[in-house]
Design a protein around this ligand. Structure first.
Ligand code: DGL
Length: 262
């Protein structure tokens, strides 16, 4: 990205396609903003790397977005938020940086005393940020967290109707079928396989992070006087570390496939 290429844009990033599920909510909440979405598909999945690696990758991306003139950054990735949000905020302290976290609180409040299944990457489940959340809310419901190894990587490949997706989900969470009251999709990739998760687990409510993240971004832009005026034409621009036509077409398709999201 060139210096000032995205001046005044909101920069959004994830390890790959997952953050597009957040981007859609951002656009819905803030239709007059310009967004640049960066997917680090060449380095996905993040959730099975070391914390140090994910922090370094997140810094590289945030530095580029900052240099390109973004007025705010959304870390549309639970894993990168857990690994790097605090450090990114202190390094790039002149712009708001919004992270995402698994929507455990709303799920527990809605399903008090019920069983809540949290699906997230191995790193998200392991790190302190989620463990803190669990300490705060875990006693108010029967919370089970499942590290879903391999799921984000499989979603990166597209073709989500293929039977192997259901097989993978069965091996990860099939033992909870008919036995949970709510599911927290604690990785931004997972809303793209919401119908497949339902096919395995039954018709349970899903809790995701997009709406809360979008409201938080609105609050921060508003309080900093950085919200675009209502007559600004909003836009979305995609970029990827796997910079091929096919990849960018996949991003566009995932952005447009509204009916398959939660
Ligand atoms: N979409 C990301 C998340 O929310 C990361 C998935 C991955 O790359 O492992 O955690």
């Amino acid at each position: 990205m060139n210096a000032d290429e995205y001046k005044g844009y909101v920069g959004v990033f994830d390890s790959g396609v997952g953050g597009i599920s957040i981007l859609r909510e951002l656009v819905r909440e803030l239709p007059n903003e310009r967004f640049v979405y960066f997917g680090d598909s060449a380095n996905a999945p993040y959730g099975e790397k070391t914390t140090h690696e994910v922090r370094a990758l997140s810094f590289d991306i945030a530095r580029e977005l900052h240099k390109a003139g973004c007025k705010a950054i959304v870390i549309a990735c639970n894993t990168a938020t857990s690994a790097a949000a605090a450090e990114l905020r202190s390094e790039f302290d002149d712009i708001p940086i919004v992270g995402v976290e698994p929507a455990l609180k709303p799920a527990v409040l809605a399903e008090r005393n019920g069983r809540v299944l949290v699906m997230a990457t191995p790193m998200t489940v392991r790190l302190e940020k989620f463990q803190d959340l669990l300490r705060e809310w875990g006693s108010k419901a029967d919370v089970v967290s499942v590290p879903c190894e391999g799921l984000a990587a499989r979603i990166e490949k597209g073709h989500l109707d293929a039977p192997d997706v259901i097989e993978l989900l069965r091996s990860l969470v099939g033992s909870y079928a008919g036995n949970v009251d709510a599911v927290v999709l604690g990785c931004t990739h997972y809303p793209f396989v919401a119908p497949q998760i339902r096919a395995v687990l039954g018709d349970v409510p899903f809790f995701t992070s997009g709406e809360g993240t979008a409201r938080q971004l609105r609050r921060l832009l508003e309080s900093g006087g950085k919200l675009n005026p209502k007559n600004t034409q909003g836009s979305v621009h995609f970029a990827s570390s796997r910079d091929t036509v096919e990849e960018l077409e996949l991003y566009q398709r995932m952005y447009e496939c509204g009916d398959t999201l939660v």
